[in-house]
Design a protein around this ligand. Structure first.
Ligand code: PLP
Length: 448
């Protein structure tokens, strides 16, 4: 460290506009400056060691500090730091990664278009689903349905497909011909229904919307298998198969936004496999490179890809860094690690079930109304009256307090309103899960 912590904070406050922050507020408080990561831990510039139960931002699936990731990036930079994939060109890492993604992806989602992020991937999705129908003679089949409070990124298309009101309010969103239905959130909305009944009822909102708009107008439905940012809403088992049935019935393309769930988060390679449905298109990013370098990949099935390849002539869409060779080399190494170390399998059969057990123990805390978890992603819903499915009057205050107390106790959890969100590196060990439990329990006690 050549600069003092306060000096760095002052520079940051003077010159750096942070995403998803009240920047005036942040400048007063000062940013937390992270300097190092190893396994499931990060260190800040003041020397505090923190157990990162949020994997950065749902990203660092293989854990921090992997030297082999840095080595492949350095090797590729020395060999060929950049080349485009626009003008009849490709690079070896991009080719190998495309084949690898075809190998690990479900069903016939064997064709990939590269972006730099999840948001850009969803821009690609919006363009491509409309193009798909237009070139087949159905230009009016251009409506895409998403969900209120869904999160699909922060670009114009990503934020429009998402259903965050606060985002729509800034910058003239949403883009026309994007509609939203209510998401499945049993805790708040399930009433007297069983979870299975509720899952079907929530899915049927999609059918109602399709019928209201006219099936001939609806191009696609997009959803996160588990809605992450809004609070880890894990839908009942009945939800996604019913959504799939409805999409097939009305010939509506089904898009799974796997930016969080992809690459092992649920203990399956993809969230769609966890819930037992097959999308036509998948958006992926984050876990593709474990966040070591920015990259996204949109996967298309044979039906969609054959239209994109063979109809409509030139695909007037792409990014300078689509298939960037250094990013592709890092993604390949990331997938090699996931496969060779059997990380997804271990999450499914060993550490995932153990984490679920301990997470449910946290659910017994008087402050927790529900402990939900699927593989390595979960939430604790903090409530005013245990046993009653009701939120705090002033939403978010207790969650923020708990997050700050957890930080002080050396644990990073994210808070959305009063949901404490969990998404640790997939390599978390049983001992680290125990540590997470102790720190979370202590933090709940101090919050209550
Ligand atoms: N889709 C989902 C489900 C996400 O959770 C996110 C980011 O958290 C995105 C898309 C946007 O990805 P990015 O921030 O890489 O643009």
């Amino acid at each position: 460290m050549t600069h003092s912590y306060q000096h760095l904070q002052r520079l940051d406050a003077a010159h750096h506009i942070h995403p998803f922050n009240d920047n005036a507020e942040l400048a007063k408080k000062g940013t937390r400056i992270l300097v190092k990561g190893e396994g499931c831990y990060v260190w800040d510039a003041e020397g505090n060691k923190l157990l990162d139960a949020f994997a950065g931002l749902w990203c660092v699936n293989v854990g921090y500090g992997r030297k082999s990731m840095a080595d492949v990036a350095a090797r590729q930079m020395e060999q060929l730091a950049y080349y485009n994939t626009f003008f009849q060109c490709s690079t070896e890492p991009a080719i190998h990664l495309s084949a690898k993604l075809a190998e690990i992806s479900p069903a016939d989602l064997n064709h990939v278009f590269y972006s730099n992020s999840g948001s850009e991937g969803n821009d690609t999705v919006l363009r491509m689903v409309r193009h798909f129908w237009a070139v087949q003679g159905h230009p009016a089949k251009n409506v895409v349905i998403g969900r209120h409070n869904g999160y699909h990124g922060s670009t114009m298309a990503g934020a429009s497909l998402g259903g965050m009101k606060g985002m729509h309010a800034q910058g003239g969103l949403p883009i026309p011909d994007i509609h939203h239905i209510d998401p499945p959130f049993f805790f708040a909305d399930g009433g007297e229904m069983s979870e299975d009944e509720y899952g079907l009822a929530a899915a049927r909102r999609l059918e109602e919307k399709i019928l209201a708009l006219g099936p001939e107008r609806v191009a696609a439905f997009i959803g996160e298998p588990i809605m992450g940012a809004i609070g880890v809403y894990i839908p009942p088992r009945t939800y996604w198969p019913e959504v799939e049935r409805i999409c097939r019935k009305y010939d509506v393309l089904l898009v799974a936004d796997e930016v969080i769930c992809g690459y092992g988060r649920t203990g399956e390679w993809f969230g769609s496999q966890y819930f037992g449905f097959t999308p036509d298109i998948m958006t992926t990013a984050k876990g593709l490179t474990s966040g070591y370098i920015p990259m996204g990949a949109v996967l298309f099935n044979e039906r969609v890809a054959s239209v994109l390849r063979h109809q409509g002539g030139e695909l007037a869409h792409g990014y300078t860094y689509s298939g960037h060779p250094v990013c592709a080399a890092v993604a390949l190494e990331n997938i090699r690690i996931l496969q060779d170390e059997k990380i997804v399998e271990t999450c499914r059969t060993d550490t995932g079930p153990y984490l679920a057990e301990r997470w449910r123990e946290l659910g017994e805390h008087p402050l927790v109304g529900e402990a939900r978890i699927a593989g390595m992603v979960g939430a604790l819903e903090l409530v005013p009256d245990k046993g009653v499915r009701r939120f705090f009057e002033e939403r978010g205050k207790v969650g923020a307090l708990c997050r700050n107390i957890a930080l002080k106790n050396g644990l990073i959890l994210r808070a959305t309103y009063d949901s404490m969100l969990l998404s640790p590196p997939l390599v978390i060990s049983r001992d680290e899960i125990d540590e997470l439990f102790e720190k979370a329990w202590k933090s709940l006690n101090e919050t209550a």
